[in-house]
Design a protein around this ligand. Structure first.
Ligand code: NAD
Length: 497
């Protein structure tokens, strides 16, 4: 399984070269070691990548390519990812400390994303609109230009693919900036895209800081859209810059998603789904079901069973196929999670399980944190309101439908929601009443590239995935063509008599 790191330079418009920015150290937090040092991009590198992207995008060889021919590139990239799944999974595991089982699934999903958007491109129609006069009207879709894709560290290959695939399918060029904690997988993607023969200049990968590389990318006058996944405060900043430029922006931001357990649920299904919803990826997931509401009539028994199930989870090394909960991405991130747990205790919370680093000696050098459940808090407590992005679940009781809808919606985020009940009409009713872009009923954290995804409120703006995911990277142009052959009557021309 052990492989070599092969990408330590930036990828600027077809050239692998040293960046002019600060170097980035990629580390393997599960072992407390460094992977490799990657060259970082500078603002000047951003300018160069954008200039070349702009030229490549404007070239009729790309802009004028027929959909079925452009789709061929997406299929080749998909095949390239599939052929390299083990390598990508290993690199992403080393970069993020997610389990290999999970990173394999993420790589497979990235391959599916490229294939899907190739197919969407081939099957998308422009439309003749209904004429309301003696003219023909049609509306066609055009690419936007150069898209800046900015991604976080938690699922890099999947979030990269979710942006790069539709943006290329739509006929744009893309400059991708990965997060500093996870630069390696995006560089692997560059390698695959290069091997797929995508015309030079259409794709660049610029690892670097948000402050230098990110800010320059977003502010650059030749960037036509920013597609961002990351934290809410960064997203809000980008939206301000975008407002100044009147530039479209899509924002996939944080979450504090409620999971609701009604007394009539199948408890075993609910427990399995809740464990997966909060503790897979060690809770480092925007859609983590991090606030659990349990109906009061079953609260004590259900929470006791959930705690027992949590204590059976296997915390371990990400290469181990039995591991369910791996290390956090970085020791600094573990400090943030620990700080949140301390705040929960200050506010009167009680740790039902976890709440500390695991004591197994073989995990001592890694950034592990035990799956944690905290009760006894009010929904207004800081750890019930703010995103922790770690393996920490808060549990709260509720009385009835009205009560749980009010509590679940009493939060600034609106990303996802889980409902566990055998009463389907009730589940739908509650799901409809909760502010969330995605509702899971008797399941959690299921994903499909053909189903739109995104958040409301502090969880973001816009939707990714689905057939309309392509449209997010295009603008519409409408044509009116006269069919009457008559001069416009208003002009009274040519003059008669
Ligand atoms: P982050 O906001 O710190 O960084 C995200 C990306 O933005 C990184 O590449 C970073 O370098 C860049 N960036 C930072 N400052 C910038 C600036 N001023 N200009 C331009 N770019 C800048 O987030 P993170 O810590 O990497 O990721 C965790 C966050 O991402 C969590 O809040 C999580 O919920 C969110 N997330 C959301 C989704 C979703 O689909 N809604 C998915 C995954 C993660």
């Amino acid at each position: 399984m052990e492989q070599q790191f092969r990408n330590d330079r930036i990828f600027v418009a077809g050239a692998w070269r040293q960046g002019r920015g600060a170097e980035i150290t990629s580390s393997f937090a599960a072992e407390g070691t460094d992977n490799t040092v990657v060259s970082g991009a500078s603002a000047a590198d951003v300018d160069e990548a954008i200039e070349k992207a702009r030229a490549a995008q404007a070239n009729p060889a790309w802009r004028g390519l027929k959909p079925q021919d452009r789709a061929t590139y997406l299929y080749k990239i998909s095949d390239g990812i599939t052929a390299n799944i083990e390598r990508i999974a290993w690199v992403q595991c080393r970069d993020t400390s997610k389990t290999l089982t999970e990173t394999r699934a993420l790589a497979a999903s990235a391959a599916a994303t490229f294939r899907y958007f190739g197919a969407v491109l081939e099957t998308s129609d422009d439309v003749l609109t209904v004429p309301r006069g003696a003219y023909q009207t049609m509306s066609v879709h055009e690419p936007l230009g150069v898209v800046a894709a900015i991604t976080p560290w938690n699922s890099p290959i999947a979030s990269d693919a979710q942006k790069v695939a539709p943006a290329l399918a739509a006929g744009n060029a893309v400059v991708l900036k990965p997060a500093s904690w996870s630069p390696l997988v995006s560089l692997e993607l560059a390698r695959i895209i290069e091997e797929a023969g995508l015309p030079t200049g259409l794709f660049s990968v610029l690892p670097g800081s948000g402050r230098e590389v990110g800010n320059r990318l977003v502010a650059h006058p030749d960037i036509s859209k920013v597609s961002f996944t990351g934290g809410t405060s960064t997203g809000r900043h980008l939206a301000r810059v975008a407002a100044e430029k009147l530039m479209p922006v899509s924002l996939e931001l944080g979450g504090k998603s409620p999971t609701i357990v009604f007394e009539d649920c199948d408890e075993d299904l609910a427990i399995a789904g809740i464990l997966f919803g909060i503790f897979s990826s060690s809770g480092q997931s925007c859609i983590a079901g991090s606030r659990l509401f349990v109906q009061r009539s079953i609260y004590d028994r259900f929470v006791a069973r959930l705690v027992a199930a949590t204590e059976r989870l296997r915390v371990g090394h990400p290469f181990d196929a039995d591991t369910q909960v791996s290390s956090l991405v970085h020791p600094d991130h573990r400090l943030t999670v620990e700080d949140y747990v301390a705040k929960g205790l200050e506010d009167g919370g009680e740790v039902l399980t976890g709440g500390e680093r695991p004591d197994a000696p073989n995990l001592a050098t890694g950034a592990y944190f035990a799956p944690t459940i905290i009760s006894g808090l009010n929904n207004k407590a800081r750890i019930c309101r703010e995103e922790i992005f770690g393996p920490v679940l808060v549990v709260l009781p509720f009385d009835d439908e009205e009560d749980v809808i009010a509590q679940a919606n009493d939060n600034d985020y609106g990303l996802a929601c889980g409902v566990w009940s055998k009463d389907y009409p009730k589940s739908l009713r509650v799901g409809a009443a909760i502010r969330a872009g995605t509702v899971w009923i008797n399941t959690y954290k299921q994903f499909s590239i053909s189903t739109p995804f995104g958040g409301d409120g502090d969880s973001g703006l816009g939707r990714e995935k689905g057939r309309d995911g392509l449209r997010a990277y295009q603008r519409q142009k409408s044509f009116y063509t006269d069919l009457s052959g008559q001069p416009h009557p208003w002009a009274r021309w040519p003059a008669r008599g």
